[in-house]
Design a binder for this molecule. Structure first.
Ligand code: KG4
Ligand code: ZN
Length: 514
């Protein structure tokens, strides 16, 4: 009842708010908060269609899915844990997965995801944009999951300074990201990373021209830390506040002009400014986005315009890596992918027979849950053969074989789905460029295999993968996505909608009214 009453009062409050296009911000001219924004935790229980609906209706997917880790973190009482587990209903069991937020967006050609809103009215045009006729600098902040990142980027794509506070060691002992601990670590580190990025760029905050911050998707309590700090700084220094969509930011990293040609020989940043309109990759292109939270193939049409060609029915590729790492007893703090990749180098990818997922479905969707189970069952069988109790106790060679076989089949699944998507977009749209982005794109074997997929086609494709450190989460992605948003300004977007400031948390209604 209490929940219903709360819900009713929230609906009443939201419906009494003025439409955002009529709202002017009183306290700082550059910020728009979408007070009616709503989010849900434990979106892991959502169906693909409801998430699609929310994507297309311009709401973010914010999820927290680590309940069991949190209860472990606060209770060491083994008896209680056992009792609790046995009482769990099916639904609760589903919520028990350990790892990052995930989306189960499925391939829907007609569904174009528009962070700007279909009508462009969900957000307000802002004054005070940096002057786009000359180079400008943006401070980017990222706190969507377990790393606190900040960076200063110039509008020609040069990263002037960056800093990243990793939380790997904090989450290691829990086997996955614990949101409460992540939030505290973000709070402790955010000022330090911002200052460090500024110092490296030899700048002060008054010198930056805008602040970009990840507003979702991600862990809500973590996102809040970055968003609140960005908001405070935007108010204090009177800077434009630019809300950044995390998935768009991953994708746009493929467009950042490469630095290798024009940095000084000692690696320092060259003084002269490049052409601010140059991009490593022009729209339209196809993107494979493979991270801990997402696994999608998207047709990228322009800034804020992405059509989902395929998505995962259950787990993401990064999640499959993380779960395999956990099974093998490898380090998982900050993601188990690198450890699985390293171990797989010592193994034979054909040694353990595993099924390639979704063989009968001739579409571009993914599924990794079945593979995860198959890996566990295969590993348990080897344990019996070797006479050991746990997978972690297996000899190195066996573990390496399991890692290599998992990676091989996981990537074969990508090759099949992606190859199909490439055929489709090439035929229908003449697209022949591929961007591979997100944390798993840091995997060298994946790069090698997708490079071969592109070059061995009858009409070869160009492929672009950002440098590994720019594939995983960091501050430069928020900064660069904000630059891209500022650069398109009103030209690509509905007239008068220059910057989309998406603020995912409901603020007091006076914040939005002027
Ligand atoms: O993009 P990201 O940093 O965070 C999300 O937005 O989810 O991606 C993190 C994911 C983790 O699942 C991690 O295990 C995976 O990327 N990952 C890798 C590698 N490096 C990171 N997976 C496979 N091989 C890697 N080298
Ligand atoms: Zn990410």
């Amino acid at each position: 009842m209490a929940i219903l009453a709360l819900l009713a009062s929230a609906i009443q409050r939201v419906s009494s708010l003025p439409r955002m296009r009529d709202v002017a911000c009183a306290f700082v001219p550059h910020i728009v908060e979408r007070s009616s924004y709503s989010y849900r935790c434990n979106d892991v229980c959502d169906t693909g269609s409801s998430i699609l609906k929310r994507l297309s209706s311009n709401t973010c997917h914010l999820a927290s899915s680590i309940d069991i880790e949190e209860s472990n973190a606060t209770s060491n009482n083994g008896k209680n844990k056992k009792k609790k587990t046995s009482l769990q209903s099916g639904r609760e069991k589903r919520r028990k997965f350990i790892g990052l937020a995930k989306a189960v967006d499925r391939g829907q050609w007609e569904n174009t995801y528009q962070p700007g809103g279909e009508d462009g009215c969900s957000f307000e045009a802002k004054s005070g944009l940096p002057n786009r006729d000359k180079p400008f600098c943006v401070l980017g902040i990222e706190s969507s999951c377990d790393d606190t990142g900040a960076a200063i980027i110039r509008s020609d794509g040069r990263i002037l300074g960056e800093s990243l506070a990793s939380q790997h060691s904090i989450h290691e002992e829990w086997g996955g990201v614990v949101p409460g601990l992540a939030k505290t670590a973000h709070e402790e580190n955010i000022d330090r990373v911002i200052n460090e990025a500024l110092q490296k760029a030899n700048m002060e905050l008054s010198g930056v021209d805008a602040i970009g911050v990840t507003v979702g998707p991600g862990l809500e309590i973590c996102l809040r830390v970055g968003c609140n700090r960005a908001r405070e700084l935007a108010i204090e220094y009177n800077k434009p506040f630019i809300g950044v969509h995390h998935l768009e930011a991953h994708i746009l990293m493929a467009r950042i002009p490469t630095e290798k040609h024009d940095n000084n020989s000692d690696g320092s940043v060259a003084d002269e400014v490049r052409d601010v309109s140059s991009r490593a990759m022009e729209f339209p292109f196809l993107a494979l986005l493979v991270s801990g939270g997402h696994c999608q193939i998207l047709k990228c049409l322009g800034i804020g315009r992405y059509s989902i060609v395929g998505g995962t029915l259950d787990d993401s590729l990064g999640e499959a890596f993380d779960k395999t790492a956990r099974l093998l007893g490898l380090p998982v703090g900050g993601g188990g992918g690198p450890a699985v990749e390293a171990l797989a180098k010592d193994g034979d990818p054909k040694s353990v027979t595993l099924p390639i997922p979704l063989q009968k479905r001739k579409d571009c969707d993914f599924s990794y849950a079945g593979l995860k189970t198959a890996v566990r069952l295969a590993a348990e069988k080897i344990c019996v053969e070797r006479g050991v109790e746990t997978v972690a106790e297996l000899p190195h060679e066996d573990k390496a074989n399991i890692a290599a076989s998992f990676q091989n089949v996981a990537f074969r699944h990508v090759e099949i789905r992606l190859g199909r998507a490439m055929d489709q977009v090439q035929e229908q749209d003449g697209i022949k460029t591929l961007a591979v982005v997100g944390g798993v794109a840091a995997n060298k074997e994946l790069r090698r295999r997708l490079d071969a997929l592109c070059t061995e086609r009858s009409e070869p494709w160009d492929m672009l993968v950002p440098p590994p450190r720019l594939c995983t989460d960091q501050g430069a992605m928020s900064a660069w996505a904000a630059v891209e948003r500022i650069m398109v300004g009103s030209s690509d977007l509905p007239e008068g909608h220059e910057v989309f400031a998406r603020y995912p948390f409901s603020l007091s209604s006076t914040d939005g009214e002027g």
